[in-house]
Each structure stands twice: as structure tokens, then as C-alpha cells.
Design a protein around this ligand. Structure first.
Ligand code: S3P
Length: 450
């Protein structure tokens, strides 16, 4: 099954040392939000370093469909001339968000408090994912949603013409849900309050403040209480999108498991709500250092230096860290296969509702490649074999999930036998330059004919 055209099987072969600099693309979360907040501002927002992956391009197209002028100037430079808060036009046609849960959920939030209707769809992966987590809170503002059974896309949202502000405690640790509610709150009068028990990525809060909204976060016994004052006039911004720590994870982990490697991944945002993987890798004994630590645009940034680490050990990953590394568990499970002993990952039920059921997808592929995995509803354990002992040799299903495909490509770089995926096309959703970038470091990834 592919939602990305003809499937392209790929194989990753054992390679020599990975060396050099890995300039990974712009941050996916910040790229979506830059386009959306630009579309909600009056005037021209200028963006550089935008991730030009399929997910973000689908959000750019959606912003055009809602009336914003979005222009690609080449080389990651984009401008958005926005329509202002509450200014979305009703789209003429169905909004196709492709593979992107972030895109569809954030956009549903924005339009939920405008008096228009829009119908959303996506690819085979997105149309399986739960949307009730967004339609429940937006109904409190007065919006209505009609979708397929189980709250699945395709789905029509009828926005509330006279929205009321809400107070909402997010029931699952999800930045997408938090952000959808905050974006809906933008066009509601008065104060919208969102409470999250566990801190999730805070780009929406930081960027809303940057665009001029009044937004305050208080850390209380209830959790993080975020209060947004509705109907602000958002002011256009000049945004430099930092490089994506979730994409950096792939060259970093590849270098850690591949003998002789020494890779520099420059300019990576180390916002504490995103950087959990790097802390975890260091606890496992990885030779991963932060160089040139600095602040850029109010965010901690460093150059990551990852070197081959032959003595990795399995650990119990702190479940309180799960939200800060939620997209990185697939590639962590690959590193765990090359560690000695068990790596135990708990408190990760959310992994089952990502672009694929990521516990299931990784467990099946790891087992096929000779690594034992145990799993339950919200936990899994990878039984590491130690460096040099991972058999490999299997073809894994990528399940329309970019991070599953890239994780198995990383595994093939250090396994005894090549590792393949049935379809590498989903990689283009978040990391379109993955193959040339990894090839430039010394990886051997081939496209196979079917
Ligand atoms: C994202 C939030 C996370 C993450 C996704 C991007 C965001 O999803 O998995 O890749 O940009 O808000 P959840 O909010 O569902 O955890």
C-alpha cells in the first residue's frame, strides 16, 4: 500500500565509517506553524529554512485554499501574506493533508472558530488516525464535525460562527491537540485555557507570543496551564526555521552504531521539549557531545557530534521523558538492538496512533532482522544483542511511515546483512534529502527494482 505513488523498495548495506557534516532540513513542527501563523497575520511573513517535505507542502497548499497568499521563492525561502485571525475563506474543494496528522489537526483547530465549512482527507495512513482528540475540544467552541466511523477522515468541520472560549484539559500528551485548541481559541472572544499534565513541545506557545498574541503559561499542581487571550491582531514575522532534531536523530544514531564514524550535525535546536533522545543516548553510553552551545531565536541550539560507540548498554528510558522524544522511539529501538542488554520503554501508548502503530511496525521488523522484542499496550522492550551481533537480512514494511523506513535504513548500516524496506517513498514527507545526505556521509542505500 502506498499513498505516495509507486512504492520504491530500498536497501541499506553495511558501510564503512560515516564521516562529515549532516545538514538536516528545517524543523517540521515549526515549518507547519510558520505557514499557519503567517496565514493568520495581516501583512507579509518571511520564512527561511522551511522544510520542503510533502507534509509541509500540503499545509502550504491548504493555507492557499483558505485564502492566504503563499509564495515559494526557492531554497527554503517562502513568504505568506495572511488574511488575519478569523479571516479564512471557505475552500472551494476538499483539503488533502496527505500523511500529516500535524497539518490536519492544526488546521482543523484554526477553522473551527470561523463561520465556514471545510472537508479534510489524507492518505491511507492519515485516514486511519483518530481525530476525536481534536473534534471533541473544538465542539466545545461550537464547531460540528462529521466524519467516518471512529472519528476518522474524510471529515467535514462546520466552524462555529459565534464561538465561545473554552477551558480544556488535554487527555493525552499531545502537542497537536494542545495546538489545535489554542488555534481555535485565537478567534474566540475572551480567554481560552488549555491544561496539559505532561509538557509537550511548546512551539505553538512560543510562536504565538512571537506573533504578538497574549499567552501565558503557568506551571501549577494541575500541570501547565496555558491562557490565551482571543482575537489578537497577529503581526507578520521574519522566521528562520531551525534544523529538525527529529531528523538529526537519523545521522546521529547511524554514526553511533557504525564502526569508525564521526559525524557533525550542525545547528540543532535543543528545546527541552524535543531533546529527550539525545539525553537517552548519552545515558546508554553513546559518544554524543554538544559543541558550540548557544541561543538562537530564544531557543537553545548546539552542533551535535556523534561518534561510533561500541559499548552501548540497554537502559530503562525515563517515561517522564516520553513526550520530548516521542518521534524518536523507532530509531532508538534500532540503537537498542546494538546495545548490550534490555532497553525498556514505558509510557508510550501514543506510539500506537502515529503515522503507523510504531511499536508494532518496529517490533515486526526488528524480529524479522533477528532482534527479540516484547511489547504491550503502552510499553516495549528491545533485547539488545551488542555491537556486531545484529543479523539483519530482512525486508520490513514501512507502513506509509517515514520514520519506520528511515529507522530500518539506519539498521542496515551496521547489521551483518543488508536491511530493506518495501517502500521508501514516505521518507519524502519529512526528510526529502535523506538518501543523498546519508550517502554523502558514506551510507550505502540502494533503490531496488520491483
Ligand atoms: C507534533 C506533535 C507530535 C509529533 C508530531 C509533530 C507537532 O504529535 O509526533 O510529529 O508538531 O505538534 P502528537 O501531538 O500527536 O504527540
Amino acid at each position: 500500500m502506498s499513498g505516495h505513488g509507486t512504492p520504491i523498495p530500498m536497501t541499506s548495506h553495511a558501510c564503512g565509517p560515516l564521516t562529515g557534516e549532516a545538514r538536516v532540513p528545517g524543523d517540521k513542527s515549526i515549518s507547519h506553524r510558520s505557514l499557519i501563523l503567517g496565514a493568520l497575520s495581516v501583512g507579509e511573513t518571511r520564512i527561511s529554512g522551511l522544510l520542503e517535505g510533502e507534509d509541509v507542502i500540503d499545509t502550504a497548499k491548504a493555507m492557499r485554499a483558505f485564502g492566504a497568499e503563499v509564495t515559494d521563492h526557492g531554497n527554503g525561502e517562502w513568504t505568506v501574506n495572511g488574511v488575519g485571525v478569523g479571516g479564512f475563506d471557505e475552500p472551494d474543494n476538499v483539503i488533502d493533508c496527505g500523511n500529516s496528522g500535524t497539518g490536519v489537526r492544526l488546521i482543523m483547530g484554526v477553522m473551527a472558530t470561523t463561520g465556514i465549512a471545510a472537508t479534510f482527507t489524507g492518505d491511507g495512513s492519515l485516514n486511519k488516525r483518530p481525530m476525536a482528540r481534536v473534534t471533541d475540544p473544538i465542539s466545545l467552541f461550537g464547531a460540528k464535525a462529521v466524519g467516518r466511523s471512529g472519528g476518522r477522515l474524510p471529515m467535514t468541520i462546520v466552524g462555529a460562527a459565534n464561538p465561545v472560549p473554552v477551558r480544556y484539559e488535554v487527555p493525552v500528551p499531545s502537542a497537536q491537540v494542545k495546538s489545535a485548541v489554542l488555534f481555535a481559541g485565537l478567534n474566540a472572544p475572551g480567554k481560552t485555557v488549555v491544561i496539559e499534565k505532561e509538557a509537550t513541545r511548546d512551539h505553538t506557545e512560543r510562536m504565538l507570543a512571537g506573533f504578538g498574541a497574549e499567552i501565558i503559561t503557568e506551571v501549577t499542581d494541575e500541570g501547565r496551564v496555558i491562557t490565551l487571550t482571543g482575537q489578537p491582531e497577529l503581526k507578520p514575522q521574519v522566521i528562520v526555521v531551525p534544523r529538525d532534531p527529529s531528523s538529526a536523530a537519523f545521522p546521529v544514531c547511524a554514526a553511533i552504531i557504525t564502526p569508525g564514524s564521526d559525524v557533525l550535525v550542525p545547528n540543532i535546536g535543543l528545546n527541552p521539549t524535543r531533546a529527550g533522545l539525545f539525553t537517552t543516548l548519552r545515558e546508554m553510553g553513546a559518544d554524543l557531545t554538544y559543541e558550540n552551545e548557544r541561543e538562537e531565536g530564544g531557543e537553545p541550539v548546539a552542533d551535535l557530534r556523534a561518534r561510533f560507540s561500541p559499548d552501548l548498554k540497554g537502559i530503562e528510558v525515563d517515561p517522564n521523558r516520553a513526550a520530548s522524544m516521542i518521534d524518536e522511539y523507532p530509531v532508538l529501538s534500532v540503537v537498542a538492538s546494538f546495545a548490550s542488554g534490555d532497553t525498556v520503554m514505558r509510557g508510550v501508548a501514543e506510539l500506537r496512533v502515529k503515522e503507523s502503530d510504531r511499536i508494532e511496525a518496529m517490533a515486526m521488523g526488528l524480529r524479522a532482522n533477528g532482534v527479540e522484542v516484547e511489547d504491550g499496550p503502552d510499553w516495549w522492550i528491545v533485547k539488545g544483542l551488542g555491537h556486531g551481533n545484529v543479523p539483519g537480512g530482512a525486508t520490513c514494511a514501512s507502513h506509509l511511515d517515514h520514520r519506520i523506513a528511515m529507522s530500518f535504513m539506519v539498521m542496515g548500516m551496521a547489521a551483518q546483512n543488508p536491511v530493506s524496506v518495501d517502500d521508501g517513498t514516505p521518507i519524502a514527507t519529512s526528510f526529502p534529502i535523506f538518501e543523498p545526505l546519508m550517502g554523502g556521509l558514506g551510507a550505502k542505500i540502494t533503490r531496488d527494482t520491483i
